[in-house]
Write a protein that binds this ligand. Structure first.
Ligand SMILES: [Zn+2]
Length: 200
């Protein structure tokens, strides 16, 4: 039997931290017996996590302005707001898509080497290689674009590699994930298509 919308609502509620204890329990009970929902839930969870760790970056010039300029009749605004309230994850996914496409566009159209520490700590560079020096602890994420990274110290966060590679075989010095954005892109496309086919 296909699972009901009720399960979906519960998943959204739990992921938005709005579920009561017994609702959470009901969902987890269901997930134990339903592989379909379990897979769905894990995918949703991944989307939320990705959204949270998306590097902050400037939206394309004029984007915010053009959104602000959009004028809608009040009743339409109201129903959109209500719809958004009921589909927080879908809205998150859409924002994610917009930001990600802007982000990727700037990453692709700007092939320059770049290293960003989103947090505290400092790195050194050698040519197009970013080095986290021995004994240095990066408290946050390290984002490398069009280069390579060598971690002799530690990164207490994620390492995001955009068109870049890690010169280490192991991820022992990184408490978070090492992510290759070139691969994430196709995954995101899959997720978003999936989202929109399923829920719209
Ligand atoms: Zn189910």
């Amino acid at each position: 039997m296909a699972c009901t919308e009720k399960q979906m609502d519960l998943m959204h509620k739990v992921l938005d931290n709005e579920a009561a204890e017994e609702e959470k329990q009901a969902l987890y009970d269901h997930l134990r017996t339903c592989e379909n929902c379990r897979r769905q839930f894990n995918e949703l969870k991944k989307s939320v996590q990705l959204l949270r760790r998306l590097p902050r970056h400037e939206l394309p010039l004029g984007f915010t302005q053009s959104v602000m300029m959009m004028q809608l009749p009040p009743e339409k605004t109201h129903s959109i707001k209500r719809w958004m309230g009921h589909h927080p994850l879908l809205v998150a996914a859409a924002i994610f898509l917009v930001m990600m496409s802007g982000y990727l566009f700037s990453a692709w159209s700007n092939p320059a080497f770049q290293a960003t520490v989103d947090g505290q700590g400092h790195v050194t560079t050698q040519g197009h290689t970013v080095i986290v020096p021995k004994h240095e602890v990066i408290k946050g994420d390290l984002i490398v674009q069009n280069g390579a990274v060598k971690i002799d110290g530690r990164v207490k966060g994620n390492v995001v590699l955009i068109n870049s590679q890690s010169l280490q075989a192991s991820a022992g010095h990184v408490t978070g994930d090492i992510e290759q954005v070139n691969q994430i892109v196709s995954w995101i496309w899959y997720e978003i298509r999936h989202f929109f086919c399923e829920y719209l």
